[in-house]
Write a protein that binds this ligand. Structure first.
Ligand SMILES: C[S@@+](CC[C@H](N)C(=O)[O-])C[C@H]1O[C@@H](n2cnc3c(N)ncnc32)[C@H](O)[C@@H]1O
Length: 201
């Protein structure tokens, strides 16, 4: 267990995220996770949602860690990571994906990658399918807490293309890609779980 990559944040946020996913993914069968990171969320959520097949994905550098978590967990309904960088076209994903999840990616990706994520999901998901996006977000151009402002400053120092995204801008982007905001759940530590819903073409 000690060799596995470990994110303390995943341990803290997984339960409140799961409470929303249980409802939103109640009729989903094939969930694509974008930016699976360590793989902790994937094994936890797939275990709690046995009726879904959970497709992990990330850039290849993260695959050994994700695969190690899956192997350690031994679950049947979580799939080895797909080599998916959201800027790829087409996305190397299997047919039948009917829901998507991504955590703490929108502020790490450059804005053009966030656009690519929504565009890719807009092409992939069927009408009515949900996309759950977790992380910190700004509301009407304002940080929702001092800690999020400090976090944003640290991101910008790391890479000026990173940064906390504004919900208003995400709504405009999402609309261009065929999504509307179905729900915005306030979760602990000034994070949100945004539920986007794919409309009909
Ligand atoms: C802060 S980590 C979050 C990991 C995990 N979802 C979590 O909540 O702990 C950001 C993740 O986004 C992924 N990522 C960044 N740019 C990406 C891109 N262009 N395509 C796919 N994944 C990307 C990174 O590889 C990393 O796994």
């Amino acid at each position: 267990m000690s060799d596995l990559p470990f994110s303390p944040a995943c341990e803290r946020n997984r339960e409140p995220i799961l409470a929303v996913l249980r409802e939103v993914f109640s009729s989903a069968s094939q969930v694509l996770e974008i930016g699976s990171g360590t793989g902790q969320h994937a094994v936890y959520f797939s275990d709690a949602l046995p009726d879904v097949t959970w497709h992990t994905s990330d850039v290849v550098d993260n695959h050994p860690g994700i695969a190690a978590w899956i192997a350690e967990h031994g679950a049947q309904n979580v799939v080895a990571p797909l080599a998916l960088d959201v800027t790829m076209r087409p996305w190397p994903v299997p047919e039948g994906i009917d829901a998507a999840f991504s955590a703490n990616t929108a502020h790490i990706m450059a804005w053009h990658e966030v656009c690519a994520m929504f565009a890719g999901l807009g092409s992939l998901l069927p009408s009515g399918a949900p996309f759950c996006l977790y992380g910190p977000f700004n509301i009407n151009g304002e940080f929702t807490s001092a800690s999020n402002r400090e976090f944003n400053n640290s991101l910008r120092l790391r890479d000026p293309r990173m940064g906390i995204r504004d919900l208003r801008e995400l709504k405009l982007l999402a609309a261009d890609c065929g999504f509307t905001l179905d729900a915005d759940h306030a979760l602990p530590a000034n994070n949100m779980l945004l539920v986007w819903r794919r409309g009909s073409d």
